[in-house]
Design a protein around this ligand. Sequence first.
Ligand SMILES: Cc1ncc(COP(=O)(O)O)c(C=O)c1O
Length: 485
Amino acid sequence: MNDQYRTPYYSGLLAYIAKHRASFHMPGHKRGRGIHPDFKAFLGENVFLLDLTEVQGVDYLHKPTGILREAMDLLADAYGAKESFFLVNGSTVGNEAALMTVGGPGKKILIARNSHRSVVGGLILNGSIPVYLPVNVDPELGITTSVSPEVLKEYLEKNDVDGVFLTNPNYYGISGNISELVDIVHEHNLPIIVDEAHGAHFHFHQALPLSAVDAGADIVVESTHKTLSSMTQSSWMHINGNRIDEDLLKASLRTLQSSSPNYVLLASLDVARMQMATEGSQLLSAALEVAQYLRTSINAIPGLQCFGRERIGRYGIFDVDLTKITINVLGLGLTGYKVEQLLNDELGVEVELSDPNNILAFVTIGDDYDNADKLIKAMKSLSENYYGKLQPLETAAVHTFPELPDVVLTPREAFFGEKKTVAFKDSVGAVSAESVVLYPPGIPIIAPGERITEESYEYIIKRKEEGAEVQGTADPELEFIEILK
Ligand SMILES: Cc1ncc(COP(=O)(O)O)c(C=O)c1O
């Protein structure tokens, strides 16, 4: 039998549970007996039986030598990676640990400006100096796409850096030329970390963009809970080649991850790997068919547009993950935010996110035609109610960044520096002590240590007025901001 059908970790836990021993250890609910009956009535008993802790026989995440070791080795084999790691704090902890490994106090890291806010966390932890890379923008979609190989080359020639951090694909499934980008970094004999949070499924289907693991990136972080079937907060990461200090990476993961990792999450990773390695290609083919049905149906509805591979070759779009359904709604005369709200409040449909121009729907191996029909029906009803009645809206530039920031201090120096709170409107010219993140898609517009400019201030205010959510600041409304004294 192909080893990939095995689930050594999950099966090992089941065997352990079957032994029915008297437990005098954590977790305090003692195999569910102490759980409140209402909660247990809803969740059932088994989830609590599986909620074990690190006891003899079920291995240790921080020192895997038994069933977890086997499970992670099978994961590495499934991706063709040198070594793979299960994560219990999402890709957030993967990005942070990767940056602690490649960076360090005084080191410089080239970072794509469209990176997720967890990268700021990694920079606070590692004390490195970020040098930001500009990212291409698709002006018609109003979103950032990928870093150009030429720009990466130029930045690597101009800056003496210790490593590179890229995000690929973006939230909307747009992928850059990851193979060329990895090769360019390796020509400089530097390590490259790729945040592939939205691409854990790429490796398992030929019609999907190339995975950074297959492109040979040194560290690749993937949110399995976003595009595969593992549970929320579970993720994994892979390493390749010899440019990474593996001991430092393991020490970073030991430092950042809980000493009591959740075994239900870990078991869900083992099973998700087995599922993808044994039937991923068929499952993803089915998901791609549903996505294509959705895309074609949406494109036939007046006022709506859903891009596909025809955009390849423009504005840094090298490939497109067709399971991501970005619906441009401006033709209805409504913003994406408004459409998301109508879908939620009146039409019983929830999407992944909205921005001023678009709503984004994810199709995964958990979808079927029935689910797709619900979105199509809802979008038809919106088109009937709004198309032709309102003036179509102009494209708003959303995840485009005001400019590359003036990095005055490292994020770490700013984070631990002496701070004071001022009104955001009075902060222009000051050095920020916190991150200002706009969601969607969770990218910092200002990171700690950067000078707040008139342009970034105006940009944030405009996006906030349009309906973007501000994250990362002590004041959730961003009336006030912490700056360095
Ligand atoms: C590009 C990107 N990287 C990293 C993350 C963090 O992943 P997680 O939620 O698994 O911690 C996200 C989350 O949305 C993301 O979009």
